[in-house]
Design a protein around this ligand. Structure first.
Ligand code: C5P
Length: 394
């Protein structure tokens, strides 16, 4: 089940960065509800937060004669992040002055509370701020350290709110989201490849890239630096630890992957790479004439196999096999042929598995011949199972 976060936003110019915090939390699989102070709502609109979080935003304790239930909101949360926390909000939090929905929710929350202050240099250094911070820490709240740099006033120094990606990392660490891939570089190929016939037509398959994107997010959230080589897809991925290299053809994917393979600890070949491409690409649009028309095809490079040949003993590689018949036999054959450590088999015969679904049903085949079968799960859950298996190999 996803972890539930309440994000409290108070009235600082840094509130615009909280939109990014919301996006990063959602992309990392958290459920997010936002509570804003009236001052924050003057900097950034509640509509932006509700659009990104896909939840209503709380701004008023009493909204048109209706009392907003801060108790339910506080108890709902697995974690409460207050970012940005202004000097005023820090003072109110420290002293329990519940004159807005954010502070009332804070007083009702029983979960860990993380506070990311944002203010000007002199406000940050002021003894009252120092006093409020130490009071809040003494209550068990966790302070996310401020950054040093240019401030909205034009001054330079301490007081900037921590960057959204750093706040996400801090939350992941503190909430014990497994951080078992810290220090590892993971290379992932994903999506289809597209092989041009002429400037207008191409050969392509049904892959959407979703499985690879879920794997990239899972690895990123577990602390890895991820290089995602992504074929043409409509899906988007934005994660602070994932670098995306977009590619079109199998040849592009091959070149991008080979250039990064040497520096990767783990490689996951999830892409549905075209096995064949037109031998020649017509420079101009091919006109129709005869009743039949043939395109001569040639093999594309096998990226997984090439990497399997270059692989050192410190590198781990995972392949995928999508089969329509004799799946297990084919998967075992590919596992050895491509020198993989494990291969993930999914069959198009299983309902809900394969292309165009948010779900997948997999079996993981090991080199010793052992097989782990899994029920139908979301691709996000499948990604977790694959990475858990990968971790268990070491
Ligand atoms: O041989 P087949 O295409 O079924 O093998 C599947 C595995 O090999 C997948 O992990 C896929 O990403 C990878 N592959 C590749 N380059 C190719 C073909 C497949 O990396 N040209």
């Amino acid at each position: 089940m996803s972890k539930k976060i309440v994000l409290g936003v108070s009235g600082s110019i840094a509130a615009y960065k909280s939109l990014n915090i919301t996006r990063l939390l959602i992309k990392s699989g958290y459920e997010v509800k936002v509570v804003m102070t009236p001052a924050a709502a003057r900097f950034v609109s509640a509509l932006s937060f509700s659009t990104l979080s896909k939840n209503p935003v709380f701004t008023e304790l009493i909204d048109q004669d209706t009392w907003s239930n801060h108790v339910d909101l506080g108890l709902w949360a697995d974690a409460f992040i207050i970012a940005p926390a202004t000097a005023t909000t820090l003072a109110k939090l420290a002293n329990g002055i519940a004159d807005n929905m954010l502070i009332a929710t804070y007083l009702s929350a029983k979960c860990p509370v993380f506070i990311a202050p944002a203010m000007d240099l002199d406000m940050w250094k002021h003894p009252s701020t120092t006093f409020n911070i130490s009071k809040l820490e003494s209550y068990g709240n966790k302070l996310i350290p401020v950054g040093i740099g240019e401030l909205a006033s034009g001054l330079n120094g301490a007081g900037r709110m921590a960057e959204p990606a750093d706040i996400l990392g801090y939350i992941n660490n503190s909430l014990n989201v497994e951080q078992d891939l810290i220090g590892k570089t993971v290379l992932i190929t994903a999506g289809p490849t597209q092989e041009a016939i002429d400037p207008v037509r191409f050969i392509r398959n049904h892959s959407t890239g979703r499985m690879g994107i879920e794997l990239a997010q899972e690895c990123g959230s577990r602390g890895a630096k991820v290089e995602l080589i992504l074929g043409p897809t409509n899906l988007e991925i934005e994660h602070p630890s994932v670098d995306v290299t977009p590619v079109i053809s199998a040849q592009d994917m091959y070149e991008a992957t080979i250039s990064k393979f040497e520096h990767s600890d783990i490689s996951i070949f999830c892409a549905a790479v075209a096995d064949y491409r037109p031998k020649t690409k017509s420079k101009s649009k091919i006109k129709k004439s005869e009743s039949t028309f043939s395109v001569e095809l040639e093999r594309t490079p096998d990226i997984a196999m090439e990497c399997g040949e270059r692989k050192t003993k410190n590198q781990t590689t995972i392949g995928f096999a999508l089969e329509t018949q004799k799946g297990l036999e084919a998967a075992k054959y590919k596992l050895k042929k491509k020198n993989l450590d494990i291969i993930v088999l999914n069959s198009l015969k299983d309902k809900g598995a394969g292309f165009k679904h948010n779900t997948n049903k997999i079996s993981i085949v090991h080199r010793d011949g052992s097989i782990n079968e899994y029920p139908l799960k979301t691709k996000k859950e499948v990604a977790k199972d694959v990475i858990d298996t990968l971790i268990s190999l070491s």
